[in-house]
Design a protein around this ligand. Sequence first.
Ligand code: MN
Length: 246
Amino acid sequence: MGKVDFILEELVTANRILANEGIVDSFGHVSARHPEQSDNYLLSRARAPERIESDDIVAYRLDGSAVDDRGRAPYLERFIHGAIYEARPDVHAVVHNHSPSVIPFGVTGKKLKPLLHMCASCGHEVPVWDSQDKFGDTTLLVSDMAMGRDLARYLGSRPTTLMRGHGATVVGRSVRHAVFVSVYLEVSAKLQMQAMALGEIKFLTPGEVDQITARVNDYTLNRAWENWARRAGRQMQEDSGKGAGA
Ligand code: MN
C-alpha cells in the first residue's frame, strides 16, 4: 500500500472513531496533509463522518480549491484546514468538531485547562477564538480564507483552540495524534465541569503538562487507536513508517 492509500484509510478510520466516540455527530471533519504534496490536504466531501468511505476523500489546495472534486460538494468550513496547514508546517492532521462538553467553555470565560494526565496534550490552557472580534455578526462558520487565517493566527503554535458558540479545532503531528487530542479534549471538558461542581480544582501545572506531553509517543497513540478503531468496526493498519504515528 502506498502512502496516499494509507492516509485515505487512516482518515476513514479517524472519521469513524470520532463519530463513535461522540466527538463529531453529523457535522465536524478531519483532514490530513497530503503525504506527497505538502501544499495539498485530504478531506472528505461534505458528508456525515460516520458514513465516509475512502472514495469520498478529495485533495484540496491550501486555498480550499479542489484538485479534482469529480462533482463532489465540499465542506463549507474546509478553510479551517488549509489555513492551519499554511501556517503550521509541523501539523499533519486537523480535526474540527462541535464536541458538546467544550461548548460551555467557549461562552463563559471559564478557562478550560487539563486536570487529568491523559488530557495534558490539550495544552496548558485552551484559548477561545471569537469570530465576533474581527468579523462581527456572522453565521459563526469559517467560510473563507480570511476567517481561516485569523483562526490559525490565534491558534499560534498551540494544539487546540475553542471557537466561541461553535466548537473546537485540534491539530496533530499525525491523524492518530489529532484524534487522540480531540477525544481527550472532550474528556477534559466533561471532567472539569464535574470537578467545578465539587469545588476548587488543582489543575496540572505547566511543568506537568510539558512532561506528560513529551511522553505521548507512538505507543500511546497506537494503543488508543487500535482500541477505538476496533470499537468503531475498523481494523488498525500497520504503521510501517507511513506517517501514522510520526
Ligand atoms: Mn463547524
